[in-house]
Design a protein around this ligand. Structure first.
Ligand code: ADP
Length: 290
C-alpha cells in the first residue's frame, strides 16, 4: 500500500497565506510522525488527506489511483481523529461508539463487533457504561481514537492525540498507537517530540507550510552530528544572540549546560552525549519541542 501526495498545495487569504506548499511524500505502512509548530500546516495537510478539504493544486493517490476516483472506497479505508471533536457528555463511552458506528453506515451486527473490539483496544471496556462527563482527559482521547478505529482503517490519521494530557496519560496513548501499527499507515501530528521518538518509523517535519525534512529518527539524528554542542548555560547567551538555537539543558556536576544547535557553532563547546530528536526538531523548525 502506498499513499502518495504530490505537489499538494493549499492557500488561504486569496493566495496570500500558504497553509501547505508543494508537499510531495510517499507513505507506506508504518507510523509517521508529522512534527511542526502551531500554524505549520499539519491540520491542513491532514484535512486534505482525509478528503475533507480540496487542495488548490496537486494530487493524492492510493496505489496509483487518485482518491477522487476511489471516492467512498477510499473513505471506507480511513480513520480520522480530528484535533477538535465534540463528545456528548451525557452519552456513555459505549453509546458514543454506537452512535459513531451508525454515522459511518455500519450495520447493527458490524457495529456490535466493532464497538466491542474497539473498547478492548482502547482499554475502555470496564468503563463503557460510564457517562463521558466522568471520563478523564486521557479516557476521552482514547475514546476519540476508538471512533477512528471502528472501521478497522488501513489509513489512520490522528491530529494531536495527546493534546492537553498529563505525562502518564500521554505514555498510555503512545503505547496504544505503537500497538496499532502493523499493516496500517498511521500519520500522527504533534508538536510534542517526546510523544513520537520511540514509536515513529519516519519523521516528517513541517515549517511554514513546507515539508522541510523527512527521515528515520536515528538517521535525522546522525545527520545532525557536528551541529550540536554542549555549552555552559552562563556563557551560552551570547551565542544564542548571534544565531545559535538553545535546546535541552543537561546537568554536568554542579553546572547546567545546554545543547546549542546551528550551522555556525562556537569552537569551544563539548560534543553532547547524544544528538536527540529535540535537537533535530529545533534545527529544522527554529523552535524548541516540548
Ligand atoms: P497546524 O495544524 O500545524 O497548527 P494549520 O494547518 O492549522 O497548522 O494552519 C496552517 C496555516 O494556515 C496557519 O497560518 C493558519 O492560520 C492558516 N489557516 C488554516 N486554516 C485556515 C482557514 N480556514 N482560513 C484561513 N487561514 C487558515
Amino acid at each position: 500500500m502506498e499513499l502518495r501526495l504530490e505537489g499538494l498545495q493549499k492557500s488561504y487569504n486569496h493566495g496570500k497565506t500558504y497553509a501547505v506548499k508543494d508537499c510531495t511524500v510517499s507513505l507506506a505502512p508504518g507510523v509517521y510522525a508529522l512534527l511542526g509548530p502551531n500554524g505549520a500546516g499539519k491540520s491542513t495537510l491532514m484535512n486534505m488527506i482525509t478528503d475533507n478539504l480540496a487542495p488548490d493544486r496537486g494530487s493524492i493517490t492510493l496505489d496509483g489511483v487518485t482518491i477522487d476516483k476511489l471516492g467512498a472506497n477510499y473513505r471506507a479505508m480511513l480513520g480520522y481523529m480530528p484535533q477538535q471533536q465534540g463528545l456528548y457528555d451525557d452519552f456513555t463511552g459505549e453509546q458514543f461508539l454506537w452512535y459513531m458506528a451508525a454515522l459511518k453506515g455500519m450495520s447493527r451486527q458490524q457495529a456490535k463487533d466493532a464497538v466491542g473490539t474497539t473498547l478492548e483496544t482502547v482499554n475502555l471496556t470496564d468503563t463503557r457504561f460510564q457517562k463521558i462527563k466522568s471520563y478523564s482527559g486521557g479516557m476521552k482521547q482514547r475514546l476519540l481514537i476508538g471512533q477512528a478505529l471502528l472501521n478497522d482503517p488501513k489509513i489512520l490519521i490522528l491530529d494531536e492525540p495527546t493534546a492537553g494530557l498529563d505525562p502518564r496519560e500521554r505514555i498510555r496513548i503512545r503505547n496504544l498507537i505503537a500497538q496499532l501499527g502493523g499493516d496500517r499507515i498511521i500519520l500522527l501530528a504533534t508538536h510534542i517530540v517526546s510523544d513520537v521518538e520511540m514509536i515513529a518509523s519516519q519523521i516528517l517535519i513541517m515549517r511554514k507550510g513546507l515539508l522541510c525534512k523527512q527521515g528515520q529518527p536515528h538517521q535525522l539524528e546522525e545527520e545532525l552530528q557536528g551541529k550540536v554542542l554542549l555549552y555552559p548555560i552562563k556563557e551560552a547567551e551570547t551565542h544564542v544572540n548571534s544565531g545559535c538555537l538553545a535546546g535541552n539543558s543537561v546537568r554536568r556536576g554542579d553546572e547546567i549546560w545546554i545543547h546549542l544547535v546551528g550551522d555556525n557553532l562556537p569552537q569551544d563547546g563539548l560534543p553532547p552525549e547524544s544528538v536527540t530528536l529535540d535537537d533535530v526538531y529545533l534545527y529544522w523548525t527554529g523552535e524548541a519541542g516540548m
